[in-house]
Write a protein that binds this ligand. Structure first.
Ligand code: AMP
Length: 394
C-alpha cells in the first residue's frame, strides 16, 4: 500500500509516493515555475532522475503531467497500490487537531482559513482541488498547526487586547508541527521513554523550536504566522512590533514593503548577504565580519529559546536537532551546545562531526541532557497519518 504525498505551493507541486510501512519513498518529484512560459519537472523513480521542460499553465496541468509521468516513467499508481493522497496544509486554525479526511466541508474550512495564511493555504487548496478531481481515493489533510493545538492558553494567547485578538483569530498557531511531532516521537522511541521534557530544534531555511512534555507540545516559537521566533534564512524571527511603526512613520515604507523586508530580505540573508549556512560559514572563515555576526545572532537566539523552554518545562531531558541545518551543520550544533556547558551539557565532538541519515546521540554519557540528531521526514509522517485516517474508513 502506498500514499501519494502532495505539498502544493504557489508555483510548485512537490510530491512523493511513499510506502508508509517500510518508510520508502518509491518516487519523488517536483514541478516548478507553474504558470511561467517554461515549467520544470523532475521525477525520480528507481534511482533515475527524469527532467522535463514543459509549459504548464496551472496546478491542474501540473498534476495531470505528473500523473502521466507515473504512467509513462512509472510506477503505475494502481499497481503501486495507492490508497490515499496526503496533502500538507499549512494552517488549520483552531479547527483541526489531527489528520482529517477532506470532504467538501473540510475544503471550505481550509479556504476560510486563508486570511491566516494568505501565502500558503490558497496554493495548498489548489493542490487539493485538482488532486481530488484526478485521483479517486480518499484525500487527507495533514495540518502544520495540528500538533500545536495542545498548547496551553498561556503559551498560545498573545497579550493583545482580548476582543481584537478573538475577532481576528490572532493567536499562536505554530508551524512545522508535522516535523516536530515526528521528531519528538522518534526521540521518545530512541530513548525508550515517553515521559520526556524535550526541545526540538527544526533548523531549515525556515526554523522553529518546540517544547514537548510527555509527547504533547507546550510551547513553540512560530506564532500567528511562521515569521515569529528564531532567526531564519530570510525571516527576522522575533522583533519588536514597534519596528513596523517606526519603518512606516520614519521610513515611509508600506505594509507590503515591510512584510517583504521581514519575510524575504532579513534573517541570515539580510545580515550576511547569503542564507545558505555553508556559504555563511565560508564567509566568516575568510574574515567577513557581517557573516560572523549573523552566526552569533543566530546562535544567541537559539540559546535564548533553549533556556526559556527549559524553564517553561521545569527541566530538560532531550534536545533534538533536525532539518537542513540541524542535521548537517555540526558547527552550529557545537557552538549552541558549548554555550550550554555551564548547565552540564557535554558533547562528543567526534560523533557531532559524523554525517549521515542516521539517528545519533551527540552528547556524552555524562551530559545532563541527551542531545540527538534526528533526520526529519515530513512526507513519511504525512503518509502515515493519511493511512491512519484511511484505516478508520474501513
Ligand atoms: P531545509 O529548509 O530543511 O531544506 O534546509 C535548508 C538549509 O539547510 C539550507 O539553506 C542550508 O543553510 C542548510 N544546509 C543544508 N546542508 C547543509 C550543510 N551540509 N551544512 C550546513 N548547512 C546546510
Amino acid at each position: 500500500m502506498t500514499v501519494l504525498v502532495i505539498n502544493s505551493g504557489s508555483s510548485s507541486i512537490k510530491y512523493q509516493l511513499v510506502d508508509p510501512e517500510s518508510g520508502d519513498a518509491i518516487a519523488v518529484g517536483l514541478v516548478e515555475q507553474i504558470g511561467e512560459v517554461s515549467s520544470r519537472v523532475k521525477h525520480t523513480y528507481n534511482g533515475v532522475k527524469h527532467e522535463f521542460e514543459q509549459s504548464l499553465a496551472d496546478h491542474g496541468e501540473g498534476l495531470r503531467f505528473v500523473l502521466e509521468l507515473f504512467e509513462s516513467v512509472g510506477p503505475n499508481l494502481s499497481e503501486a497500490g495507492i490508497v490515499a493522497v496526503g496533502h500538507r496544509v499549512v494552517q488549520g486554525g483552531k479547527h483541526f487537531d489531527g489528520p482529517t479526511l477532506i470532504t467538501e466541508d473540510v475544503r471550505n474550512v481550509i479556504e476560510e482559513l486563508a486570511p491566516l495564511a494568505p501565502l500558503h493555504n490558497p496554493p495548498n487548496l489548489r493542490g487539493i482541488d485538482v488532486a481530488r478531481d484526478l485521483l479517486d481515493v480518499p484525500h487527507v489533510a495533514v495540518f502544520d498547526t495540528a500538533f500545536f493545538q495542545t498548547l496551553p492558553e498561556e503559551a498560545a494567547r498573545y497579550a493583545l487586547n482580548r476582543e481584537v485578538a478573538d475577532l481576528y483569530g490572532v493567536r499562536r498557531y505554530g508551524a512545522h508541527g508535522t516535523s516536530h511531532q515526528y521528531v519528538s516521537q522518534k526521540a521518545a522511541e530512541w530513548t525508550g521513554r515517553d515521559d520526556l521534557k524535550q526541545i526540538v530544534l527544526h533548523l531549515g531555511n525556515g526554523a522553529s523550536v518546540s517544547a514537548v512534555v510527555n509527547g504533547e507540545a507546550v510551547d513553540t516559537s512560530m506564532g500567528l504566522t511562521p515569521l515569529e521566533g528564531l532567526v531564519m534564512g530570510t525571516r527576522t524571527g522575533d522583533i519588536d512590533p514597534a519596528v513596523i511603526f517606526h519603518l512606516s512613520r520614519v521610513g515611509g515604507m508600506s505594509i507590503d514593503e515591510i512584510d517583504d523586508l521581514f519575510n524575504k530580505k532579513s534573517g541570515v540573508k539580510g545580515l550576511a548577504g547569503e542564507n545558505d549556512m555553508r556559504a555563511v560559514w565560508a564567509m566568516a572563515d575568510s574574515g567577513d565580519e557581517n557573516a560572523r555576526e549573523a552566526l552569533d545572532i543566530y546562535i544567541h537566539r537559539l540559546v535564548k529559546y533553549i533556556g526559556s523552554y527549559a524553564a517553561v518545562m521545569g527541566g530538560l531531558d532531550v534536545i533534538t536537532f533536525t532539518a537542513g541545518i540541524g542535521e548537517n551543520d555540526d558547527l552550529v550544533r557545537a557552538e549552541v551546545l558549548e554555550r550550554l556547558a555551564p548547565f552540564g551539557l557535554t558533547i562528543d565532538p567526534e560523533v557531532n562531526s559524523e554525517r549521515g541519515d542516521h539517528i545519533r546521540r551527540i552528547s556524552t554519557d555524562e551530559s545532563s541532557v541527551t542531545v540527538l540528531v534526528i533526520p526529519t521526514n515530513e512526507e513519511l509522517a504525512i503518509a502515515r497519518q493519511a493511512m491512519d485516517v484511511v484505516a478508520t474508513l474501513a
